[in-house]
Design a protein around this ligand. Structure first.
Ligand code: PBG
Length: 354
């Protein structure tokens, strides 16, 4: 005889799943029990730290809108990489400030470019530190745009396109050169961030053609035209001289388009995906995570998200440690496997001391 005959699971649920029998607070009684039932964990190993590298020696200039974040010259990287590794943060993403800018950003793919120098330095100091390089034109072009513009000598002949339009396929050729140049300097992962159509397939083909078929591509697959990049543009000196980036970065109102962009990048061979920014786009992180769960997903907790919290904390309005960890946990909970964040070092320290 089935002893459950008169007490089915459904009845059990109906019977006991309510107060006063059920009390969720029981699992919140002690820090130990709370830790046992914690669903989302944050670990320094999930974090990626952005670094801004600039020419010169002995340079360590704080970015005024990003307290605690610096422009560093290559010689200053030894100490920085040491402290990042000590905190068990596995990777950095590099942004470079070139010595000179021009219409196509020549330093971006020069053997002695700032990123190439910095990458070689970091791999010399610590071969295990994963070096991710940002592959885009905006920091390197004199006009500050992410690609070659439809103006002057670069104007596409016999085609009606707006003056100053960012030329897609012409830009892909440069991006490919940049990725190959970063790979040759020792980068472990290249991360195209310009939202050009076909950027992943172009870079993949370029890398493969010269023997870098093993090098992963982290695609900024869903990148919005966001006001939250403001402080970054001060840090990397990459603000557009005129106009904006809405002809290539996504409209903040769109989520179906995020899935389309992601599907295209997956088809083109992206190894890792990204959603950027993070905080105002947690639903997008969740949607990409659910639809493309087979690929690692990175979220970029961008400059403006960092600066907002720094400013409020400086006023004494928010508890920086508590809120930063809450934000990072929220981004992980939404579905991100890894987070690029300017809070990486602080967060790792707080987690170690917790
Ligand atoms: C492009 C790039 C940008 C950021 C990362 N890569 C700037 C932009 O698209 O305008 C922004 C990151 C941040 O705000 O922290 N090279």
């Amino acid at each position: 005889m089935n002893i459950h005959n008169n007490f089915t699971k459904k009845q059990a649920v109906e019977k006991i799943a309510s107060f006063p029998t059920v009390r969720p607070r029981r699992l919140r009684t002690s820090p130990q029990i709370r830790a046992m039932v914690r669903e989302t964990r944050l670990d320094p190993g999930d974090l990626i730290y952005p670094l801004f590298v600039t020419h010169g020696t002995g340079v360590k200039t704080e970015i005024s809108s990003m307290p605690g974040v610096f422009n560093l010259s290559p010689d200053m990287l030894a100490e920085e990489i040491h402290s990042i590794a000590e905190l068990d943060i596995p990777a950095v993403v590099l942004f470079g400030i070139p010595a000179t800018k021009d219409p196509i950003g020549l330093e971006n793919f020069s053997e002695d470019g700032i990123i190439q120098q910095a990458t070689r330095m970091i791999k010399k100091y610590n071969p295990e530190m994963v070096v991710i390089t940002d592959v885009c034109l905006c920091e390197y072009t004199d006009h500050g745009h992410c690609g070659i513009l439809n103006v002057g000598e670069h104007k596409r002949p016999n085609v009606h396109l707006p003056e100053g339009y960012v030329l897609n396929d012409e830009t892909l050729e440069i991006l490919t050169k940049v990725a190959i140049s970063h790979a040759a300097a020792g980068a472990d992962i290249v991360a195209p961030s310009g939202m050009m159509d076909g950027m992943v397939v172009a870079i993949r083909a370029g890398l493969d053609s010269v023997g870098y078929e093993h090098l992963p591509i982290l695609s900024y697959s869903t990148k919005y035209a966001s006001g939250f990049y403001g402080p970054f543009r001060e840090a990397a000196q990459g603000a557009p001289k005129s106009g904006d980036r809405r002809s290539h970065q996504m409209d903040p109102a769109n989520i179906r388009e995020a899935l389309r962009e992601t599907a295209l990048d997956v088809a083109e061979g992206a190894d890792m995906l990204m959603v950027k920014p993070a905080l105002a786009y947690l639903d997008v992180i969740r949607a990409v995570h659910e639809s493309f769960s087979e690929l690692p997903l990175v979220a970029y907790n961008v400059s403006g998200e960092y600066s907002m919290l720094k400013a409020a904390a400086a006023q004494g309005w928010l508890d920086e440690e508590r809120v930063a960890l809450e934000i990072l946990t929220g981004i992980r909970r939404a579905g991100a496997d890894m987070i690029i964040t300017y809070h990486a070092k602080d967060a790792a320290r707080w987690l170690q001391n917790a």
